[in-house]
Design a protein around this ligand. Structure first.
Ligand SMILES: [Zn+2]
Length: 230
């Protein structure tokens, strides 16, 4: 089931306060129209009743996809909420949830994402039947082979499922600071497929590299950076 709540919000352009209905959880199976709204960047969009400015309110969202037995939790990083704090908090709540579930229940996979683009990317990946850990491994190798051009500090690599072809996976570089999309990088599907074969043989190596709940080559690279520099 999807869940919404009324919130008091203030218009960022004129300061007008109003009460609006915003979604905190959506279920892709029962409410496909909400999934569509999310994918088209229309979810939790508000029009100011006074100056008619349009803006999006980002609040933590649970995306439940029972068909793929997965729950994706989007927790937007904001000034007071750092990535480290979010991850700690998340680990605690996962432990609590698993403690409450009866042992015979097929526990859904839980993923954590920190931006809307990553949530949308993951939704497309699931629907295309792509292996998220292998995709992140591909990104990892793109980053490490092109550190000059694709520095993980400045750029996010996003898989563009819709523009990918049977021959090539298509990745878009997004500048982290401005969120603007730039160059497109292509990666042979054959190389991806042979990596999937490796995954099927020994998934534990991929799981060790990307244990979750955040599965992200960029985060892995940023965490590995020497501390105290820059
Ligand atoms: Zn306004």
């Amino acid at each position: 089931m999807s869940r919404s709540k009324r919130f008091n919000i203030t218009c960022p352009s004129c300061g007008f306060a109003q009460e609006v209905e915003l979604y905190e959880a959506i279920n892709a199976a029962t409410d496909p129209q909400l999934k569509d709204a999310l994918l088209h960047n229309r979810l939790n969009r508000v029009e100011c009743a006074d100056c008619h400015a349009e803006f999006r309110i980002d609040l933590p969202l649970l995306y439940n996809d029972p068909a793929h037995n997965i729950i994706i939790h989007w927790v937007p990083v904001s000034g007071e909420l750092t990535r480290e704090a979010i991850l700690e908090d998340f680990d605690r709540s996962i432990d609590e949830i698993s403690g409450l579930l009866p042992p015979d229940v097929d526990t859904p996979v839980v993923r954590l994402v920190l931006t809307r683009v990553e949530l949308v990317e993951l939704v497309f990946m699931l629907e295309a039947g792509l292996n998220q850990r292998v995709v992140e491994y591909v990104k990892y190798s793109i980053y490490t082979r092109n550190m000059e051009k694709v520095n993980p500090r400045d750029y996010r690599l996003l898989l563009d499922v819709q523009d990918s072809t049977p021959e090539e996976l298509c990745f878009v570089m997004q500048e982290v600071e401005t969120q603007s999309l730039g160059s497109i990088l292509r990666y042979g599907r054959a190389a991806y497929d042979s990596m999937c074969a490796l995954f099927d043989e020994s998934p534990e190596e991929f799981v060790e590299m990307f244990p979750g709940p955040c599965i992200s080559a960029r985060n892995l690279l940023l965490d590995d950076e020497p501390v105290g520099e820059g």
